[in-house]
Design a protein around this ligand. Sequence first.
Ligand code: ATR
Length: 284
Amino acid sequence: MTKKTKLFALIGDPVERSLSPAMHNAAFDALGLDCAYIALRVPSEMLANAVEGIRAIRLAGFNVTHPHKVSIIDLLDKLDRSAEMVGAVNTVKNDGGKLLGFNTDGDGAVRALESKVGKLSGKKVLLLGAGGAARAIAFSLAQAGAKLTVANRTASKAKELVAAINKKLGAKAVHVALKKNILVGEIRRSNIFINATSTGMYPNVDRTLVTADMMHRGLIVNDIVYEPLQTRLLREAKKAGACMVDGLGMLVRQGAMAFEIWTGRRAPVKVMEATVKRELSRRG
Ligand code: ATR
């Protein structure tokens, strides 16, 4: 670090297991940028103070994670179209003292998936979840032209999400109950199945909402959980002969898009991906 180092951060609670500091610092190094990225644990009741502090010390930009992605909005100066549409922010740029909010989660996920399986337009996609990550992904899937069905444990959240997507994008998304017999029928009719719930995430690594008997050969199964990379859901998908897409791509692409918003430079995606993989295998 120098006297001129530009500082970036992640704010959330908890942040201890985040891979973003390793990923972004490796990217800054790869491009020889005098920048550094740190993780800051900010409890909810301190969020407003933290954002004032960020303005005062002129942090160049920051990522926002659970539980602040929605509550941060009122503390920012402006939102771009992605954040406005989704109603959540994961990336903030300090533009000469003005804090601008973006959401790269949805487009990051769609780009990562399209890079593995091709265009999503016209594909029938079943998305599990209606939390922060799922919301962003659902909007981007609808924008990419996917035929979207959403199921969530709390059904009212899936209903509200689908209504918002259809209203804002003129899409024809539908919602179904998260019940085994309903999921079986939905998955049978789908090309792609995405888990955007936190089910199966460390430390609850043996959990899954869908098992091999509910999947078919040729189905594309994408889990956005990245710790562990080989989730129970993906192991079940393998048993069924389905095509597996892990959560690494989404993590890296949403980070790469944030990097590009902050620096105006093309993100070194390969370096970011290798760094995250190394960090995850170091953790075992
Ligand atoms: P994130 O920002 O990571 O999306 P979140 O907003 O807390 O986190 O959302 C978590 C998602 O995982 C929600 O869709 C949640 O379902 P509810 O809306 O019903 O809470 C889902 N989820 C978490 N644990 C789950 C479980 N054991 N079974 C089913 N869904 C679960």
